[in-house]
Write a protein that binds this ligand. Structure first.
Ligand code: AMP
Ligand code: ZN
Length: 472
């Protein structure tokens, strides 16, 4: 295993990862609230978590990940009521859409995706144990966490404990930075359409408690890494720490890792500004999943990412460059007897950059230097067979993290599309016995370094190798 460093929001510095039970790394990621389609801001955080997971694997660690699906809260209940559907049926649709988007964006599946509504007995047991230990109290049929019973409250986010008002409570799942309050663990309500029986009366869980119950179910009292967007640091993650550590007496999470937000054209993404995008909307505009993935992954996770269509276009070009490079390597015919070994390799440095707090930008810069160097070798025909094969292996390993080389559905890279289009045009010309046109197309491609071969199985193409006699 390679040493891996991450910025820990709790200590506010970069730390070497020392998991509780190496080589396993336990990872908990706060998942979507499934009342609507996830937007590209959400997918920035989920893509960051995917890059983290794959980078750890590239460095030899074994990741076990849990991501919760919040399928009961104010928004899901309101959505289901508006749609006139039972809650489960309503959230099923958005969970299905979420998984479809994950697959298209090539985000690897976590090992577990528990739903809050499948976790009610565990949540009730956790609330009960907080009541038993006097860290919680019942008021008006609901159960609240007693903030002044947990003096460490506020360490993660730095929220002002002086702002804690004696006896003040909140029932909402999210609340302002200024107001650290006793927060709700169990919302009692005998009238609401959704509810479960419990020792403290009919009701439903608050949002924060589900993450503690789920992470304890799969990982026990302590885990290594806990991720989410920066907006979750307070109150959500602060509350998770309080209720978990109050219940178990053990440190809940060793490393808290938070991703910065995605902005759109320099502004907060919001429905009212009309700059709110889902992945599906971008796809309808003709943008590919691989280019969005590349864009989301390539900015450092601790910097805000300003989404623009120019940046998305630039990401598409970068993806095409990598795909063209792969096509060229695949079809390159080395002149075996005559090779000069390549002293410039990629994978080791790529891995080292990722292991340094996921410096994806630097890792990519290194990758493109490598592409450039190998392309120059191919230009002059001085890339040997062993080196060609190694370059392909390194590219595949790097793509094990980036995952952008696979074509999007049917659509290949720009170069491939261009060549395939020309070949079709030539087939049509020949069918129409316009041999002059057919030959002109062949010559046009040849000029661009593409050789056509007519075989009984159809027309094949390859990239021409330079004359080794002209080697620079
Ligand atoms: P939600 O479905 O709102 O609970 O959010 C799911 C995940 O997306 C959480 O980790 C949020 O912190 C994250 N998130 C929400 N908005 C943004 C944004 N604009 N940019 C990046 N991440 C976000
Ligand atoms: Zn959470």
């Amino acid at each position: 295993m390679r040493d891996f460093y991450l910025y820990n929001s709790l200590s506010r510095r970069k730390e070497k990862l020392e998991p509780l039970a190496p080589p396993e790394v336990t990872l908990y990621c706060c998942g979507p609230t499934v009342y609507d389609f996830a937007h590209i801001g959400n997918f920035r955080t989920f893509t960051f978590e995917d890059i983290l997971r794959r980078s750890l694997a590239l460095c030899g660690w074994r990741v076990r990940e849990v991501m919760n699906l919040t399928d009961v809260d104010d928004k899901t209940i309101a959505g289901a009521e508006r749609a006139g559907l039972p809650l489960r049926q309503y959230t099923d649709r958005f969970i299905e859409a979420f998984f479809a988007d994950l697959d298209e964006l090539r985000i690897q599946r976590a090992e577990h995706y528990p739903r809050a509504t499948d976790m009610i007995p565990e949540i009730i047991a956790l609330v009960q144990s907080l009541l038993d230990k006097d860290h919680a109290y019942v008021s008006g049929g609901s159960v609240y966490f007693r903030l002044d019973s947990f003096p460490q409250y506020g360490r993660l986010s730095g929220v002002d404990r002086g702002g804690i008002l004696d006896g003040a409570r909140v029932d909402n799942d999210s609340y302002d930075k200024e107001s650290a309050r006793d927060f709700v663990l169990w919302k009692g309500d005998r009238e609401e359409s959704v509810g479960w029986e419990s020792p403290f009366g009919r009701g439903r869980p608050g949002w924060h408690i589900e993450c503690s119950a789920m992470s304890m179910k799969y990982f026990g009292p302590s885990l290594d890494l806990h991720c989410g967007g920066v907006d979750l640091m307070f109150p959500h993650h602060e509350n998770e720490i309080a209720q978990s550590e109050a219940a178990t007496g053990r440190q809940f999470v060793k490393y808290w890792v938070h991703a910065e937000h995605l902005l759109v054209e320099g502004r907060k993404m919001s429905k009212s500004l009309g700059n709110f995008y889902t992945f599906r909307q971008l796809r309808e505009k003709g943008h590919s999943a691989a280019s969005l993935r590349y864009l989301l992954a390539s900015t450092h996770y601790r910097s805000q990412l300003n989404f623009t269509f120019e940046a998305l276009q630039a990401a598409a070009s970068a993806v095409n460059r990598l795909r063209d490079f792969k096509v060229r390597l695949d079809s390159y015919h080395p002149i075996v007897a005559n090779y000069i070994s390549v002293d410039f390799w990629c994978l080791e440095e790529f891995r080292a950059r990722l292991a340094d707090d996921l410096s994806v930008g630097e890792a990519l810069a290194h990758l493109f230097d490598f592409v450039h160097a190998i392309n120059r070798r191919m230009d002059v025909g001085s890339l040997g067979e062993a080196d060609r094969n190694r370059a392909l292996r390194e590219l595949a390993a790097v793509d094990g993290v980036l995952d952008v080389l696979r074509p999007d559905g049917e659509v290949g890279s720009e170069l491939e599309k261009y060549i395939e289009g020309k070949i079709e045009e030539r087939i049509r010309a020949r069918r129409e016995r316009d041999f002059r046109r057919a030959d002109a197309i062949r010559d046009e491609l040849l000029e661009r370094g593409v050789i056509l071969e007519d075989t009984p199985g159809g027309t094949r193409w390859k990239i021409r190798q330079s004359d080794p006699g002209n080697r620079a």
